[in-house]
Design a protein around this ligand. Structure first.
Ligand code: CO
Length: 137
């Protein structure tokens, strides 16, 4: 079951430069900052009430985030829904015939995550995430 918008993902050229805006100017507190090696990104989470902003800075050139940045520049990348059970919600999406990017949940900055293809979501990359207590990869 999807329970709320967990975060909005934003691709940035430099997480440090983006923190000058989101943390220092807007005043949002930082809740996680980690390099996820297998995804080639530095992910930074900032809290705003019950929701978060996720900054994604590519650390290599051969990733989807790097290609997004090269093709479109900085900007909104995905919307993440919090799920009570990411495996069950992914299975439900598959049964409904939605196009998936991930066939199984995997570890991400927000917990256990998966992505649905924008073609099944009216042009928006959709993430599901089930936070885990030690959730930050
Ligand atoms: Co995300």
């Amino acid at each position: 079951m999807l329970t709320k918008i967990h975060h909005v993902g934003i691709v940035v050229r430099s997480a440090d430069a983006a923190l000058a805006f989101y943390r220092d100017t807007l005043g949002l507190p930082l809740t996680a900052d980690a390099v996820i090696e297998d995804q080639g990104v530095r992910g930074v989470l900032l809290r705003c009430g019950p929701n978060e902003i996720e900054l994604l800075e590519p650390t290599r050139d051969d990733t989807g985030v790097a290609r997004f940045l090269a093709a479109r520049g900085e900007g909104m990348h995905h919307v993440c829904f919090e799920s009570t059970d990411v495996a069950a919600d992914l299975a439900a999406a598959r049964e409904k015939g939605l196009q998936l990017i991930d066939q199984a949940p995997r570890r991400g900055l927000a917990g256990m995550i998966c992505f649905l293809h924008p073609k099944s979501a009216h042009g928006v990359l959709v993430e599901y995430a089930t936070p885990v207590p030690e959730g930050h990869a």
